[in-house]
Design a protein around this ligand. Structure first.
Ligand code: PLP
Length: 436
């Protein structure tokens, strides 16, 4: 299996992987393993591709990074300088963004069960947008904005009845989802009326997010039509014209050679053309278009480095090869059968590969990173690079078995910098209190 190489990743003359001109053996020497390495040039490139496509099409827009894909102060700071907005889904993410120096105007708050405390924190910190998800929340926000005598810009999240997956989409009519207001049953219209009645809520648009890891643009296209249907009906019924249409994220990335995502600009181009043509057809003023890419900004830019440890050969059954990480730093394979590729990264590889199952060190049989991986023969101490781990890897990391969360480094042009330090064993008891 050929290694997947993105951005500045390449195999050098010594047969070793380099990312951002930093050889992985150097990175491992400096920072240890497991290690997340981010190619910042590639992150910036992805962000620019989205923005430049909008600019070339001459539409008002905002590219909002869905920060749940990978959150830390440094990623906010990096993408802030690229002019992106940020989607946060908890007080913790909002706090991190503010601490990183993000302008609150560029932040939007998502979530299906925002608490009073979270909403109040958002309002009093002047976040630019709150995306209302349910009736409970409309009540809370009405109360909070009255209490603080502040006007809050909001959007309504609706479920247009389009459920998009990697290779296809389903028209569900009513969506079986915990997120957003259902359109068909009249929930969305009811929400609209409640928000319009709330004196401190300023409704500026609608939002949908139809899925993740989407390769096919048909889902976005159908969703755009449905969103315009809603806007037209609200114009006709309530005389409301939306300044903003937020079409969410979900743009696909390449986890394995079999994945064939479109370039980001292609998704945006088709989306914008569709909005333009629908607006034209229905005589609706072109709204500002917002998108919320998460995975597509950071996934391919991230690589996990692991050190090979033990091995168990069950003759005729399977070769288990264990690395020093696993479901604590990447739970996606265990959680939803996510697939990845990996390769021997610290030296010249041999032609004849063997089939192994790459497992972690956690006390769960399901702690598998890659099943049936074709890999060059390894020795303990070798470095394995697992690619496309930049999204929903570190952000879902946990301390199961009281293993420490890995370190994260940014690399570019031969320089590396630590952006999240490795946890220590002391960190493992940071919150513990002695028995009285
Ligand atoms: C998760 C999420 C995104 C980002 O999805 P990706 O697949 O990472 O692009 C965008 N918008 C909302 C509302 C989300 O929940």
């Amino acid at each position: 299996m050929e290694p997947l190489l993105f951005g500045t990743s390449q195999i050098n003359k010594q047969g070793e992987l380099e990312i951002g001109k930093c050889p992985v053996t150097e990175l491992v020497k400096d920072y240890g393993t497991p290690l997340f390495v981010y190619d910042t040039a590639l992150i910036k490139q992805q962000a620019r591709d989205f923005k430049e496509t909008f600019e070339a099409l001459g539409v008002k827009h905002r590219v909002v990074y869905a920060s749940k894909a990978f959150t830390c102060k440094a990623i906010y700071q990096l993408l802030k300088s690229e002019g992106l907005g940020f989607d946060v889904v908890s007080q913790g993410e909002l706090y991190t963004a503010l601490e990183a120096g993000v302008s609150p105007e560029m932040i939007e708050c998502h979530g299906n069960n925002k608490s009073y405390e979270e909403l109040e924190y958002a309002v009093t910190n002047n976040v630019g947008m709150i995306i209302l998800d349910n009736f409970h929340e409309i009540g809370l926000l009405d109360e909070i904005t009255k209490q603080h005598e502040k006007t809050q810009r909001v959007m309504l999240r609706v479920t247009p009845g389009v459920d998009a997956h990697t290779h296809d989409y389903i028209l569900t009519g009513q969506e079986d989802s915990k997120f957003g207001f259902d359109v068909k049953s009249g929930q969305a219209a009811k929400a609209f009326q409640l928000v319009k009645e709330a004196i401190h809520l300023d409704l500026v648009g609608i939002h949908c997010h139809i899925g993740s890891q989407i390769f096919d643009t048909t889902g976005f296209s159908v969703a755009t039509e449905k969103m315009l249907d809603i806007l037209i009906s609200w114009r006709d019924q309530f005389d409301f014209v939306a300044p903003i249409l937020n079409l969410g994220g979900g743009f696909g990335v390449k986890y394995t050679s079999g994945d064939q995502p479109l370039p980001s600009n292609e998704y945006v181009k088709q989306m914008v053309e569709k909005v333009k043509s629908e607006c034209n057809k229905r005589n609706y003023p072109l709204p500002e278009i917002w998108i919320e890419p998460g995975r597509s900004i950071v996934a391919e830019a991230g690589t996990s480095l692991y050190t090979v440890g033990s091995r168990k050969d069950v003759e005729g059954v399977r070769h288990f090869l264990a690395v020093d990480g696993g479901m604590g730093d990447n739970i996606r394979p265990a959680l939803y059968g996510a697939t990845y590729q990996a390769f021997l990264a610290n030296r010249q590889t041999e032609e004849n590969q063997e089939q192994v199952t790459l497992v972690g060190k956690y006390c769960e049989s399901g702690d598998k990173l890659i099943e049936d991986l074709m890999l060059s023969p390894t020795q303990p101490g070798d470095i394995i690079a697992m690619t496309t781990t930049g999204a929903y890897g570190y952000s879902m990391a946990n301390n199961y078995n009281r293993n420490q969360k890995p370190a994260v480094v940014f690399v570019e042009d031969g320089k590396s910098q630590l952006v999240i330090r490795r946890e220590s064993v002391k960190d493992m008891i940071r919150l513990d209190l002695d028995l009285k």
